[in-house]
Design a protein around this ligand. Structure first.
Ligand SMILES: [Zn+2]
Length: 194
């Protein structure tokens, strides 16, 4: 069987809202991202407004693989192991219904309409994260993009040590520079690094 990598052009949902186009640089080290062979992750936290069919971006960032690895090193071993086993357990529970993406009629908006872990619809959530892996100007589908809903965020936060949460908050302070009105969300236990 042909072992080809599935990839798509960068969808607008993963553009930088601030720039209105794909992220061009790693938010940590400044490295150029749109060069083929450069792998990176884009994460956004979104907020819904009750009664409105509207999501706004609370924060967004692109981080290259090597900076991402450094952030993970800042996590306690225990927290990292807990998160990895959370994911492994989820994959195990899905046995018999593997995650299958048919690229011939893949609908990204449909795929990104519910929590990857819990299946809840994003319109029923107050907040959620979207995460995907990229290489240059393509989104990689081998590790599919995902929505992390608030219930899954809560479960993951509970698996992380205070030290790890402090590290993540330090990361946010240094690199995301949020305006004060969103501090509560940003500086809560809410940044889940996948
Ligand atoms: Zn970087």
């Amino acid at each position: 069987m042909e072992n080809k990598e599935f990839k798509l052009d960068i969808p607008e949902r993963f553009y930088s809202d601030a720039e209105g186009k794909p992220f061009e640089n790693c938010n940590v080290c400044g490295k150029s991202l749109l060069v083929e062979g450069t792998s990176y992750v884009v994460e956004k936290a979104m907020k819904n407004y009750e009664g409105y069919d509207f999501s706004s971006t609370v924060y967004e960032f692109a981080i290259c693989t090597s900076c991402h690895g450094q952030v993970q090193q800042g996590m306690s071993k225990e927290s990292l192991a807990n998160l990895q086993s959370y994911y492994a357990k989820f994959m195990e529970e899905r046995q018999g219904q593997p995650i299958f993406i048919d690229m011939r009629n893949f609908n990204l908006d449909n795929w990104l309409s519910k929590c990857f872990f819990k299946g809840e619809a994003i319109q029923d959530m107050k907040e959620y994260q979207i995460v995907a892996q990229f290489n240059g100007d393509k989104m990689m589908m081998n590790t599919p993009p995902m929505i992390i809903g608030e219930a899954a965020m809560d479960e993951m936060s509970a698996l992380m040590s205070d030290k790890t949460i402090d590290e993540m908050n330090g990361f946010k302070e240094r690199f995301l520079g949020p305006p004060p009105e969103i501090e509560e969300l940003i500086y809560g236990k809410r940044l889940i690094m996948i």
